[in-house]
Design a protein. Structure first.
Length: 552
């Protein structure tokens, strides 16, 4: 089967034969391909087969192999009839086959020697043609050029431990001469050990984190149950208290009504008595008036004595009524009771409120050693959509360098237009730690809310990290170090190394900057309340490299 395939594939262009010709040694090629090879050998006068190296003098006459040509035509028709399903064609995000001339199929492998990617069909020569079998095949990749040395256009297959970068064989003889170099495979093995150690540490941290999460959830559940029990108890006690107050209110109401009834009854009796006596007095007054008006002297004298005799109750009883005296005392007593209750409630509620506010879940203490900090390490990547046009991103968007050449970034509303600044993609709202390496003039290591302004120039510095209330920035140069927030500057007397560590505990409102060398030296600590996720960012006048967990 392999031989059949070799007979229809040109070993020069590695594609199906086009206008096939067969030379005297029996090997077949595309007419154009073998003609080009023979043309290159014209001056020597000796012509050879590219596959078996058999030589010919004079130049062989190239005649079309009609049998092969018919076979190729039939094969093309068969291919057209049995076109691959749509899911074999390359779509957005897929790696395309570099040899497909029409609609591109998905590439399944990339060749590090050919620096090309191939679909299943065009990959077959690498499995069947002897020279191609030695080529290094990898999973289909878009980043083939990243595997090529930019200085020598050779494959990167050596690792320079001195400069911590991949290089080609020619680099060893050039700018990396005398450096500590090993093969990429050997360095990968070493890095895998470090990666495994990091994995083990990460797994340990995951287990510890899961344990902390479980304990925290249990604490939250206990807190919820305690709070619910406290609510139910307080409801029950207040209901009893309310019932007691209602009962006392009802009893007091009955007492007031009873006193009212007694006093009203007594007053009504007096009213009735007074009414009768007033009526009697009015009757006698009428008789006296009638007697005084009579002209009969004898009648006047005979009735005068009886009318002038005073009745027993002629003098009206003296009554004194105090409508407010007993109720005023009652009102004062009730008001005093109310004040006492409110005073007791206030004192007790203050105690309860203080106890409730002291029930809180503690954040982890800030680490002490670098190893402790690294347990919270967080890998960051720079966001190209925010980078100023004079900042060049590299190393997988983990390194940024200020340049004097405008970069070809597309327009984007998130881009900083006037100042050499860039933000990371990751918004942080937990406990995190990261380190950066800086060089040349100076750098600003910052964190910022996402909605910071992106435009500004001249005196308008609201978009500069640290010159607004939305960002915090540590300024580092070889001669000085200071901190900025909300346009306020704080000088730091401690010198800063070329490596800076940043520790963030978002929930606790802690942001700390450290100078990292032999030891961890605290440069500045912020204690505040963060209201949004924080995005790491940099002001760059030189270069900044975000260190991954392995590089640390």
């Amino acid at each position: 089967m392999g031989e059949d395939k070799n007979s229809i594939i040109c070993s020069i262009c590695l594609d199906l034969l086009k206008d096939p010709v067969t030379i005297p040694c029996g090997h077949s090629y595309c007419m154009g391909c073998i003609k080009g090879c023979f043309d290159q050998e014209y001056e020597k006068g000796i012509y050879s087969c590219p596959q078996c190296r058999q030589t010919f003098i004079p130049r062989p006459v190239l005649n079309r192999n009609t049998t092969l040509a018919e076979l190729m035509e039939n094969l093309k028709k068969t291919r057209l009839q049995a076109a691959p399903p749509d899911h074999y064609y390359a779509g957005p995000g897929d790696v395309e086959c570099d040899s497909c001339t029409r609609r591109k199929l998905k590439a399944v492998k990339s060749c590090l020697v050919c620096l090309a990617s191939y679909c299943e069909t065009h990959l077959q020569p690498h499995y069947e043609v002897a020279p191609l079998k030695k080529h290094k095949l990898v999973q289909a990749s878009r980043q083939l050029q990243e595997k090529i040395c930019s200085h020598h256009d050779k494959l990167l297959e050596v690792y320079c431990r001195t400069d911590q970068q991949c290089i080609c064989l020619l680099c060893i003889m050039d700018e990396h001469k005398g450096h500590d170099t090993v093969s990429a495979a050997a360095e990968r093995t070493e890095k895998l050990k470090q990666l495994w150690e990091k994995h083990q540490t990460s797994q340990k941290r995951i287990q510890e984190g899961e344990k902390e999460i479980q304990e925290l959830r249990q604490a939250v559940d206990t807190l919820k149950r305690s709070a619910q029990a406290a609510v139910e108890d307080s409801e029950r006690i207040f209901n009893v208290l309310i019932c007691s107050i209602e009962r006392r209110r009802s009893e007091l109401k009955e007492l007031i009504r009873a006193q009212e009834k007694t006093e009203v009854s007594r007053a009504e009796g007096l009213l009735e008595q007074l009414g009768l006596e007033v009526a009697e007095l009015r009757r006698r007054d009428v008789e006296l008036k009638q007697l005084s008006d009579t002209e009969d002297h004898i009648h006047f004298l005979q009735n005068f004595q009886s009318l002038c005799v005073s009745p027993v109750h002629e003098v009206l009883p003296s009554l004194t009524i105090y409508p407010h005296i007993s109720f005023e005392h009652l009102k004062k007593s009730i008001s005093g009771l109310k004040d006492q209750l409110e005073d007791v409630f206030k004192k007790e509620m203050d105690k309860i409120s203080w106890k409730v506010t002291t029930v809180q879940i503690e954040s982890p203490a800030e680490p002490k050693t670098r190893e402790d900090f690294l347990t919270y390490s967080w890998n960051l990547t720079l966001d190209p959509n925010t980078a100023n046009q004079y900042l060049c991103l590299s190393n997988g968007n983990r390194e940024v360098t200020q340049t004097f050449k405008v970069q070809s970034y597309p327009d984007h509303p998130d881009r900083f237009t006037s100042y050499y600044q860039v933000l990371c993609r990751e918004g942080l709202s937990r406990v995190c730690y990261w380190e950066v390496q800086w060089s040349e003039l100076w750098v600003g290591v910052a964190v910022s809310y996402k909605d910071i302004s992106r435009k500004g120039s001249g005196n308008n510095v609201k978009c500069v990290f640290g010159h607004n209330d939305q960002s915090w920035r540590l300024y580092c140069s070889k001669s000085s170090c200071c901190f900025y927030h909300n346009n306020n500057r704080t000088d730091i007397p401690v010198p800063c190394s070329s490596r800076v560590g940043v520790y963030l505990n978002h929930r606790a409102g802690t942001l700390s900057f450290y100078s990292v060398s032999e030891t961890m030296t605290l440069l500045y600590r912020v204690q505040t309340t963060f209201t949004q996720p924080l995005y790491p960012g940099f002001t760059v006048y030189g270069s900044v490299k975000i260190l991954t967990s392995i590089q640390r």
